[in-house]
Write a protein that binds this ligand. Sequence first.
Ligand code: 13P
Ligand code: SF4
Length: 297
Amino acid sequence: MKEKIRQLVKERNAVILAHNYQPPEIQDVADLCGDSLELSIQAAKTDAKVIVFCGVHFMAETASILSPEKTVLLPRENAGCPMADMVTPSALEARIKELGPMPVVTYVNSSAAVKALSTICCTSANAVKVVNSLKAEEILMIPDKNLARNTAKKTTTRIHLWEGYCPIHDRLTAEDVLRMKKAHPEAVFMAHPECRPEVIALADISLSTSGMIRHAMESDRKVFIVGTEVGMLYPLQKANPGKVFIPASQAMSCEDMKKITLEDILNSLEHLTGEVKVPEEIRIKALSSVERMIQLS
Ligand code: 13P
Ligand code: SF4
């Protein structure tokens, strides 16, 4: 199956991008794995004709925003992000009206139509930098209330929240973490900024998914408790064979990130199915907020 996929990748002049949470066999067949920011940058600069996005819908949309001349394929059309669905363009418009004019910082985990109403995008890797770059007194940050609260602790900008969250990261409680820390007192606790603030308060370090891989590689410590989606254990272990990675909670599994199979990739490449194309009117508006973020990075 992998050989067939790689053969088709060549024939179609394609590139397979996979998020760090994707299943091991998907990461192994991909050309590049990464966090949301790295994948956006890669989608903008690849010269392949076809981008096969192994992740969730908003990621493929971001690729389509950045590379409209390319065919962007999401091998499983119903792979979405529940957090991205927590903000709609009309609800955002109503909130902007209520708050008055101020910059809107939108986490990339959102639809293209929502990005089109935003000032700038951010990811978990650059949220503080993006907010500070605006030099604004106050901003609205959507849709992740946890990311917004965690960012607010590192900036003087007043941040208005949106009541969205990642159901997977929000599931991790301070009690879970204290239990794990007690069982593994020698471990470093790494947490993703989508976790609740009380969880981040217990973390030794808070990083994006690729940030976690780099941190584990650079650290001289051997044992790590991983406070993010359980798919991260695979790339962490692959990059750090001599180290031990323990999930903070086995319950942190994102169904949507596990939908795509090797068969889906093969089908999608063979028949060019699952195309994600952002309508031009929305794309043009969304592009400026995504590009602003990429330029800053
Ligand atoms: P990053 O890989 O950018 O840290 O994002 C995590 C995530 O939840 C993506 O859906
Ligand atoms: Fe969305 Fe959370 Fe799944 Fe990432 S892990 S795709 S933020 S639901």
